[in-house]
Design a protein around this ligand. Structure first.
Ligand code: CP
Ligand code: NVA
Length: 330
């Protein structure tokens, strides 16, 4: 398998075999790191990390992964570059492509990361857009495989706003990997019809299925994995909170939801998560709406079924695999 020179913008661009290869590589790099075996074959190379939205996991994962591989990193924060304001994406791509061996981009529209990739001349990695979150998918799939021992035929239920980056990305990943993806949400939060149709084609090839339903009990019965995400994503206006709380509260991941799933079921969340009152936004929402949690209860979040911190750790190992594979370190 040779992924050298490839961009990593969406899993739509990758075959099932290529995705499995990246997961296997991540598992190998993880095992090596745990054993203290260095893999720093990209010494002397540098990557740029562009963040037009904030981040904890993705930024740290890229930085640690790059440093482990022997590379240097430059972080461009949401306000600290000329991108989009004084300089076009095309010009930015051409400049950074002359200095760096690879570029990570987190921001708004998928078309921006695509444009960056078109002009950079070096691999571009999508660190989250409004429409997709492909590096998160590798971490989620690695975690599922570690916890359940397989991916094929796993029934994964995503509850909440299924039309945004996480819902879309999970539907793409599951349909590529022969899994059974269920979006459980009010109909207006279902993924876009065009993407569903595209993923149905992937599912047909891989032996997976896609189900969109409003019915929580039917959706979560015998599920292997229950996933959710914040109800209001980065870049969305504060005004939507009230509507989201009203419309998505029936789709909160509660102990009752977990009981309806398989006994072996795990809970995943890309994080950050509103499961208690220990955040500023969590407190503001409590003051305004009187609710102590949102997409998941604190009970489920802290339960043994919750693998969210394993999932967070796997961001680093999987991102390392993406960097290593696309820069030809392996
Ligand atoms: N899951 C995720 O992408 O987290 P960050 O926003 O902290 O990078
Ligand atoms: N849907 C969330 C994911 C955060 C990792 C957002 O876009 O803010």
């Amino acid at each position: 398998m040779n992924l050298k020179g490839r961009n990593f913008l969406t899993l739509k661009d990758f075959t099932t075999e290529e995705i499995i290869y990246l997961l296997d590589l991540a598992a190998e790099l993880k095992a090596k790191k745990k054993r203290g075996v260095p893999v720093d074959t990209l010494r002397g190379k540098n990557i740029a990390l562009i963040f037009e939205k904030t981040s904890t996991r993705t930024r740290c994962a890229f930085e640690v992964a790059a440093h482990d591989l022997g590379m240097g990193t430059t972080y461009l924060d949401p306000s600290g570059s000329q991108i989009g304001k004084k300089e076009s994406i095309e010009d930015t791509a051409r400049v950074l492509g002359r200095m760096f061996e690879g570029i990570e981009y987190r921001g708004y529209g998928q078309e921006i990361v695509e444009e960056l990739a078109r002009y950079a001349g070096v691999p571009v990695w999508n660190g989250l857009t409004n429409e997709d979150h492909p590096t998160q998918m590798l971490a989620d799939m690695l975690t599922i495989r570690e916890e359940l021992g397989r991916l094929k035929d796993v029934r994964l239920v995503y509850m909440g706003d299924a039309r945004y980056n996480m819902g879309n990305a999970l539907m793409i990943a599951c349909s590529k990997l022969g899994m059974h993806f269920v979006a459980c949400a009010p109909e207006k939060y279902f993924p876009a019809q065009e993407l569903v149709a595209q993923c149905e084609e992937y599912a047909e090839q891989s032996g997976g299925t896609i189900t969109l339903t409003e019915n929580v009990v039917a959706a979560t019965r015998d599920a292997d994995v229950i996933c959710t995400d914040v109800w209001v994503s980065m870049g969305e206006p504060d005004e939507v909170w009230e509507e989201r709380i009203r419309e998505l509260t029936p789709y909160k991941v509660t102990a009752k939801v977990m009981e309806n799933a398989k006994e072996s079921a795990i809970f995943l969340h890309c994080l950050p998560s509103f499961h208690d009152l220990k955040t500023k936004i969590g407190k503001d929402i409590y003051d305004k709406f009187g609710i102590e949690d949102m997409e998941v209860t604190d009970e489920v979040f802290r339960s043994p079924q919750s693998k969210v911190f394993e999932e967070a750790e796997n961001r680093m190992h999987t991102i390392k695999a993406v960097i290593a594979a696309t820069l030809g370190a392996v």
